[in-house]
Design a protein around this ligand. Sequence first.
Ligand code: 5GP
Ligand code: MG
Length: 214
Amino acid sequence: MQKYRQTPLIPSAAIQARIRDLAHEIDAEYSGDDSFAVVGLMNGSLFFMADLLQAMKTQPPFECWRVTSYHGTATTTSGTVQGVSSCHGTFEGKRVLVVDDVLDSGLTLHAVKNELLKRGAKQVKICVLLRKKIRRQVQVKAHWIGFDIGKEFVVGYGLDYDGHFRQYRDIFALHPGDDGVPTLESSTTNSQNKKLKTSDTRRGNTGNKRKKLC
Ligand code: 5GP
Ligand code: MG
């Protein structure tokens, strides 16, 4: 089995507490508004969107849009956002809240926002679990933010690295190796090692894990 070097960043309890606050603020904004609709960006915001919707008193209709800009073992955006135009839903006259996991380059949310406006949405606001402070390629305003983080590559609570780690309840940063390049280590053979392209990490509390991979 592979061993992954990782640093706990945001424990589950902190995530859930922050979601309760966000839900409260979002309820206050959209309460009684029949034009309110939610679009969640999959797969990364799967758990965040589910927990947020369940914490909210308002019960908007929602769609899940599958969009991608990261491929396989990449830890930076490919620069192109795929899948936006083939997503479902009519949003004519709607006030749409887009829920996503990470605001990084901004390309994904910029493309999604434009698509919703093209489909007739009268307003688009954005709620992200994590906002990376740097690396923005296009300016996008997130109206609700769970946590600001650095430029580390993060996994857990829906976020993956090449399909791994999504089921963790906590959020982790993957570690840089000694040479400054984060390494995904294998305990079986060196040939299975893979290099990542992220940078610094932070320390936090581990909290409870839903599943332990390593
Ligand atoms: P952007 O288009 O803003 O560069 O990136 C948005 C998407 O990239 C996010 O919705 C998320 O799916 C992915 N992403 C950005 N940073 C990270 C990260 O640190 N970890 C993971 N797993 N995905 C990320
Ligand atoms: Mg995403």
